[in-house]
Ligand binder design. Structure first.
Ligand SMILES: Nc1nc2c(c(=O)[nH]1)N[C@H]1C(S)=C(S)[C@@H](COP(=O)(O)OP(=O)(O)OC[C@H]3O[C@@H](n4cnc5c(=O)[nH]c(N)nc54)[C@H](O)[C@@H]3O)O[C@H]1N2
Ligand SMILES: Nc1nc2c(c(=O)[nH]1)N[C@H]1C(S)=C(S)[C@@H](COP(=O)(O)OP(=O)(O)OC[C@H]3O[C@@H](n4cnc5c(=O)[nH]c(N)nc54)[C@H](O)[C@@H]3O)O[C@H]1N2
Ligand code: SF4
Ligand SMILES: [Mo]
Length: 715
């Protein structure tokens, strides 16, 4: 446990006349960075990185720095509202918190009574650290249906790593990897999940070799020793090509394979189906580069694979994750210093226990939407969104009557957005908790004003796998805004869950920390807590899998009726799988590359951040632009069989001319009509959510590997 200390703050306080500085923990993205919040007359005047924080070492991104512009934004919702009149009519009346929570509780109890708890779907977005409270509420209510982004983001890494090696392997930057393979990830911009870009960059500065696997020439790719510019969606084939080299040149760790791997022989047979030549044909990556990358990764130790969401937003989602874990394992990089750590969190009530998953009755878990179709996802409580939209629109397999969305904007962020809108228009009752009246919130019946990270006490990072816990300390209070966990704590008392919740949520924070023998008041005085760091734990107890080994051949997937070995499937829309469609839609579309100032659909209204990036941008190779009659900066239309969106063309030579790359989650808060331009530039109008084209085990939608056409917009 580290001591609480401030770095160099006194001088700044005097120089600028700040009244106090509060040390906290940002959460404008998945969070993690330690911050210093400078206050004058009760107002946040400046936010800076905390040099003592082991996560970010004083660095901060544009979103963290601009947090106060979010907190004090004039358009922010600062009290609960109830819709008056038609959906998306834009008419709202102010109500009190008591009125709002009483009305929501009454609706929940009535709906549960008439249609069963499963007809109420709770939903949340990515990594806002409110998930534990949301699961607790849902599980105690008896609904198995919690809608997240987990089908195509991070959920697959957690689910597949639990069935393959017990927990999520994380690159051990603190012990200087000598080689980093950055696979479908751009962490210097995205700082995702348990990773920040800063330690990665520090490792490169210390001389780590870098291999980048990305269809686009990112900044990291430009710094790489080897850049593999693959065709989007062909990652499993590329990994097999590399494994072919590693196995046939005997570059793997024989001792590890002999003692700790389940399914080696069948895996080698599958590997031998993918010569580097064949992998090159599928992936568009030259054979020699595949061989060079395989040799560099397998012979430079320790090495880490820094993986990202791009490999999950494909039909091969779960198998991409699994094949990369196989690579980590057989090269001897799992759970070694500077390799790929299996971190252990401090002893706390984590998201699993806090989430009260054990309280959900087995019969209720058995009727989770999509559970019979996407078995891997269902085993980890994850549902595919189309299952929810179908249950609303077609009432199949049963009717969903109420949505309770907390920190998510699915009309912008889930595939096939027109279908999402149709479902949200049809749902009988919807509650949203958000900072703003987003296009999703505009369709709700009641909207609750949520608190930002500046306005709450919380145990930060307790869902993450790097093993650190940091206090998030409340710095300010804005009008009637409340944190989601406080809101749920109050609501729980109105729906008969009071014995499982607390008088105030500080009791919940104490409960999280209870196994450590400390309270929130104790933790608040500390810098951070970290779990024990020990390596090669598998040597004592094996891996936490059914066979106790690294399950390259998954016994659980086999039991659930899936291929136990990673399998390459051609993307469902591609020049090769759908040649006829390709005639009309001749570009492979990647969507969703991360932008520094925005977080999905967030921050378009924050002045400092919108200034950095005014309009939605689609990257196109100049040769293709010329062919399509597009000039740099033109507004263009992107179109797929599902619909169209408008973005501005930016010429980019660092991409194959057959690929275009568009931004996601665009809406226009400055447009004051209740639609806020949700369907003008929203790339998810083009993406596909049909079940047949999702990953068969995980239900992930292929939002990075679809076909489109692109042409100039009419002036
Ligand atoms: N085409 C395409 N679509 C994608 C992606 C892609 O790459 N391409 N990426 C996908 C991925 S990886 C993900 S994770 C999803 C993300 O999907 P979402 O999580 O739905 O995305 P956000 O736009 O961040 O929506 C969050 C909303 O919650 C509000 N909010 C933020 N913090 C809080 C809070 O603490 N409490 C409350 N109550 N509200 C809060 C914000 O104002 C915002 O309106 O999007 C996905 N969509
Ligand atoms: N500023 C900011 N930060 C964010 C977010 C945000 O919206 N804004 N979103 C957060 C969320 S929820 C997530 S999940 C993470 C995601 O963060 P990352 O995992 O870093 O994801 P992206 O930047 O979307 O994509 C990474 C790279 O994948 C490449 N790529 C596209 N298709 C393929 C493919 O088929 N194969 C391979 N190998 N590469 C491909 C893209 O060119 C891109 O450079 O970021 C988080 N951080
Ligand atoms: S990377 Fe994330 S946690 Fe760090 S400052 Fe930026 S938004 Fe905050
Ligand atoms: Mo995500």
């Amino acid at each position: 446990m580290a001591e609480f200390k401030y770095s160099n703050i006194e001088k700044e306080m005097q120089a600028y006349g700040f009244d106090k500085v509060i040390k906290s923990h940002c959460r404008m993205c998945h969070g993690g960075c330690g911050t210093l919040i400078y206050i004058k007359n009760g107002v946040v005047k400046k936010i800076a990185g905390d040099p003592d924080c082991p996560i970010n070492h004083g660095t901060l991104c544009s979103k963290g720095i601009a947090s106060a512009q979010l907190a004090y934004h004039p358009d922010r919702l600062t009290y609960p509202v109830r819709r008056v009149g038609a959906k998306a009519g834009g008419k709202w009346e102010r109500i009190s918190w008591d009125e709002a929570l009483d009305a929501i509780a009454e609706r929940i109890l009535n709906t549960k009574d008439k249609f069963g708890a499963e007809s109420i779907v709770m939903g949340y977005g990515t990594g806002r650290e409110n998930e534990a409270a949301i699961y607790r509420f849902a599980n105690l209510l008896g609904t198995p249906n919690v809608l997240t982004a987990g089908h195509f983001c991070y959920g697959p890494r957690i689910a597949t790593s639990i069935i393959t090696c017990g927990t999520n392997p994380v690159v051990d930057y603190e012990n200087d990897p000598k080689c980093i393979m950055l696979w479908g990830n751009n962490l210097v911009i995205s700082n995702p999940d348990e990773y920040k870009g800063e330690p990665f960059s520090a490792s490169l500065s210390k001389g780590a070799k870098l291999i980048v696997i990305d269809p686009r020439l990112t900044r990291a790719a430009a710094r790489a020793d080897i850049w593999l510019q693959l065709r989007p969606g062909t990652d499993t084939a590329l990994a097999y090509g590399m494994l072919n080299v590693i196995v046939n040149e005997e570059l793997y760790d024989k001792e590890f394979v002999a003692n700790y791997v389940h399914g080696w022989e069948p895996f080698v047979r599958r590997i031998n189906e993918y010569s580097p030549e064949k992998a090159a044909r599928i992936t568009w990556v030259p054979k020699n580069k595949i061989i060079d990358a395989a040799r560099l990764y397998a012979t430079t130790k320790p090495a880490g694979i820094q993986w990202g969401v791009a490999i999950e937003q494909q039909i091969n989602c779960a198998d991409n994750d699994r094949i990369l874990m196989a690579m980590m394992g057989i090269t001897g990089n799992l759970d070694v210093p500077g390799g790929q750590m299996l971190f252990r969190p401090p002893k706390i009530n984590n998201v699993g226990t806090f989430g009260a998953h054990k309280m959900l009755a087995k019969e209720q878990a058995a009727i989770r939407l999509g559970g019979d179709r996407f078995r891997l996802a269902a085993n980890f409580g994850i549902i595919n969104p189309k299952c929810v939209w179908d249950a609303i629109i077609k009432e199949k397999p049963y009717a969903v009557k109420m949505l309770f969305l907390i920190s998510t904007n699915p009309m912008l962020t889930r595939a096939n957005a027109k279908k999402v809108r149709e479902a949200l228009e049809q749902i009988e009752f919807m509650v949203v908790s958000d900072f703003f009246l987003t296009p999703t919130a505009e369709l709700a019946d009641i909207v609750l004003p949520a608190a930002t990270w500046l306005e709450m006490d919380y145990v930060g990072d307790f869902w993450k796998r790097h093993g650190y816990l940091l206090p998030r300390r409340k710095a300010i209070e804005i009008a009637e805004c409340r944190s989601d966990h406080e809101m749920l704590n109050d609501l729980a008392h109105r729906v008969g869950q009071e014995e499982y919740w607390w008088d105030t949520f500080e009791g919940g924070l104490d409960y999280i920390l209870e196994p450590m023998g400390i309270t929130w008041q104790d933790f608040k005085k500390m810098d951070y807590i970290r779990g024990d760091v020990r390596y090669q734990k598998y040597k004592e107890k094996g891996f936490a899998t059914p066979t106790g080994k690294l399950e390259i051949y998954s016994t659980l997937l086999e039991k659930w009726g899936y291929d136990p070995l990673p399998q390459f499937r051609e993307p469902p829309e591609s020049p090769y799988s759908t040649p006829e469609l390709y005639n009309d839609y001749p570009y492979t579309l990647i969507t969703g590359r991360r932008l520094p100032g925005f977080f999905h659909s967030e921050n378009r209204q924050i002045p400092w951040l919108r200034e950095l990036h005014k309009d939605p941008v689609v990257e196109i190779h100049p040769q293709s632009a010329q062919k399509e009659g597009i000039h740099e900066g033109d507004w263009v239309i992107l179109e797929s069989p599902r619909g169209k969106a408008r973005q501005r063309a930016k010429f980019f030579e660092g991409m194959d001319p057959r690929v275009v790359s568009a931004e996601h989650a665009w809406w226009y808060p400055e447009k004051k009509d209740p639609d806020h331009g949700w369907d003008e530039s929203n790339i998810n109008i083009l993406t596909d959510n049909s079940f047949a084209n999702c990953d068969p085990a995980m239900g992930s939608t292929h939002v990075r590997t679809l076909l489109c056409k692109i042409y100039p917009a009419k002036k």
